[in-house]
Design a binder for this molecule. Sequence first.
Ligand code: ASP
Length: 427
Amino acid sequence: MVKKKGKSPWLVICSILLGVFVGSLTGTTAEIFGVTFVSLYDLIGKLFINSLMLIVVPLVSSSIITGIARIGNDSAFGRLGAKIFGFYIGTSLLAILIGLFFVNLFNPGDSFTSSSTLLSPSAATEMRTDIDIQSHVSVFNVLLQIIPSNIVDAFHGQMLGLIFFSLIFGYALSKIEQQPQSILIGFWQGVFQTMLVMTDLIMRFLPIGVFCLVAKSFANSGLESLRSLALFSLTVVFALSFFLFIALPLLLKVVARVNPLTHFKAMAPALLTAFSTSSSSATLPVTIECVEKRAGVSNRICSLVVPLGTSINMSGSALYECVAAIFIAQVYGIELTLATQFSIVLLSLVTSIGIAGIPSASIVAIIVILKALGLPAEGVGLLFAVDRILDMCRTTVNVFSDSCCAVLVARTEGEKDVLVRTEFELA
Ligand code: ASP
């Protein structure tokens, strides 16, 4: 087995802090030998994210196929599915309501002054590029993604199509004759284990990748932009923290009867990766490894809950969408009735299911919500300056929420080995 170097959370935490400091210091203009520092951070950061994305397709397919092939004949299949979806919807709704509470409490849009620096030009350009490459979020689009007409399409980053194909493939595999079945299951198990070893290898570069990604974010957005949107940013961070540190741990304690602190420790590498990459899809290999190897959830549960959750359970994003939409309405002085706020809650829930686990995906969803309610869609420009930094926070919450779902389902399915290990390498 590959030794798990570079997984020390303390080293990664230092890289994050260093990234914040160095990125803010160098900004977008400082250069070396005619090359800007920010483009170097960008290059190395992209290489790191690409290497994680590279293993997502084989990892997700092998994880789901081996998991489903084993339980395809199991009568618990339907019950498991209902439990998983119940948890996804329940936690996302809870997150949105927490966001709704705090945005109404702090009213960040009311004290917002239009003289504030809204948009750092480089951050805005980068954000627009991110938005352009994404497809529109609509219910029809989401449904169409589930069944792609071609399996190769599913391999082009269409996670829902890939998950659907793998689920059906695994189920069909559980129905074939024993001899070819064991050969195929052995093959997919081999792919799965190989992908985990590859994840270990990539994770050795985590501190470098993290440093560059964080430095790039702070070089582009800077601490200044956080200041101009301080109350909005604080509202988001406060609401996300409440959900992350109070609501989810309570669920773990009361329903799953496990120690939330142990779970945080088990998930530390995945949370730090999510924070620095702002992409729950890129974090997926690390999430799977942490949930299975460190938290001790069985492959049977993890293979279903985590990949599916990465695609459709975006609690942190749902919360953010709700807070952002209401903030924009407040800035424009639009009075929101109870019915409109209720629509925002529902729309945040639905659109969060449709967005991809990539940086800035929520921006598209917020535009959809604003348009649907007749609110000024250009108001989304207000968020550009701080979106990347808040994205780091909400992606961490998305990943933790998926992992909590895996623990809850595993414990309620009677798994006793979950989080029995309490010591994880921290140094
Ligand atoms: N970056 C988030 C994720 O990957 C999605 C978003 O809210 O923009 O989970």
